[in-house]
Design a protein around this ligand. Structure first.
Ligand code: TYM
Length: 337
């Protein structure tokens, strides 16, 4: 089983990235051949400063390692180090219906917020599909916001195979039945952890860099405290039972507290007697208990930039080997070779 996923280097990592994605990545690295990358090409859509783009790329790489990614177990690399991906992006684009891109949630969402769309934003799902298909990934662990993109990748891989593979039957993509051929592009499956599919931000919307509602994993201690103490709550009095619906504080406690302690929190939350401030202090404690070891590892890693370069180079070499195999077949199929 080949597992693949990526994270954009468009900002500092936050709780949503960790509980929605990275925690699963770390668990999955022992379950198959795992490839994880820093989506620094996607990040160019929002980061328009070269120095910052470089810094954030390294920041995400270091975060992966600090949080437990083992580079001898999983392949860690920069998206931009694999030119085969951008080549596949173009070839794939020739079979992508514009209507699909027009109904992409990420695109529609940004338009709705008044962001003037560039071609890069519009074409973003095509590059993401190329990322997945260039490595013939079987499983793509992601948060809920990325599911539509993986469905697109499956659709477009099917379109490509139908167009270019003689004997390909979409009902039998692996070509198991007699007379059927296997697709050149492999259909990936999304892997979603239901419990943490959408992590709320401090305002109750999905936690996202673009909403400015994040709690950063490696942020400054004071800022983290400020963010946690600023989580949106209602005016329920201390003695009264608190509502559990639409409460980012309750949701974050559910995700971060050890299960045995959460049972007690849940009991007092529903019966009343504690104020929101007390719960926020508890959440801050859980934050530090969960992330302080990684925060310390990150400091160590930052002291050795040469080692990070070495890991990324080796990762790119291994990733490229896989992508080259897939692209060789694609080039022949479409007539570039
Ligand atoms: P990105 O960088 O926005 O997010 C990285 C991962 O974190 C998850 N995530 C969340 N999960 C739950 N709750 C949240 N509030 C939350 N915020 C973020 C995302 O679902 C994602 O899994 N397009 C991708 C990057 C990418 C990619 C790929 C992923 C590029 N190519 C190929 C998989 C395969 C993105 O922007 O993720």
């Amino acid at each position: 089983m080949r597992i693949l996923s990526g994270i954009q280097s468009s900002g500092r990592l936050h709780l949503g990235n960790y509980f929605g994605a990275i925690r699963q990545f770390i668990e999955l690295q022992h379950e198959g051949e795992a490839l994880f990358f820093i989506a620094n090409l996607h990040a160019l859509n929002t980061v328009r400063d070269a120095e910052l783009a470089r810094e954030l790329t390294r920041e995400v790489a270091v975060a992966f390692l600090a949080l437990g990614l083992d580079p001898t177990q999983a392949v860690l690399f920069r998206q931009s180090d694999i030119p085969e991906v951008t080549e596949l992006y173009w070839v794939l684009g020739t079979v992508v219906p514009v209507a699909h891109l027009e109904r992409a949630h990420s695109y529609k969402d940004k338009i709705a917020r008044g962001i003037a769309p560039d071609f890069g934003l519009f074409a973003y799902p095509v590059l993401m599909a190329a990322d997945i298909l260039a490595y013939a990934a079987d499983v793509v662990p992601v948060g809920k916001d990325q599911i539509q993109h993986i469905e697109f990748a499956r659709d477009w891989a099917t379109k490509f195979n139908v167009q270019y593979v003689k004997g390909y039957d979409p009902q039998d993509p692996a070509g198991l039945e007699k007379g059927h051929a296997k697709g050149i592009l492999k259909l990936p499956a999304a892997r979603l952890q239901e419990r943490t599919a959408v992590i709320p931000g401090i305002d109750g919307q999905k936690m996202s860099k673009s909403y400015g509602n994040t709690i950063e994993l490696f942020g400054d201690e004071k800022e983290i405290k400020k963010r946690i103490m600023g989580i949106k709550t209602d005016s329920t009095p201390v003695e009264a039972p608190k509502p559990t619906e639409n409460s980012p504080l309750y949701e974050l406690l559910r995700i971060m507290a050890p299960p045995s302690e959460f049972a007690e929190i849940d009991r007092s939350w529903r019966s009343g007697g504690k104020g929101y401030g007390e719960y926020k202090k508890k959440l801050l404690e859980y934050f530090h208990a969960t992330f302080d070891p990684a925060r310390r590892r990150r400091e160590e890693l930052l002291r050795d930039p040469g080692e990070l370069d070495r890991i990324l180079e080796e990762g790119a070499r291994r990733a490229r080997e896989i992508a080259t195999g897939v692209l060789d077949a694609v080039r022949v199929a479409v007539g570039l070779k």
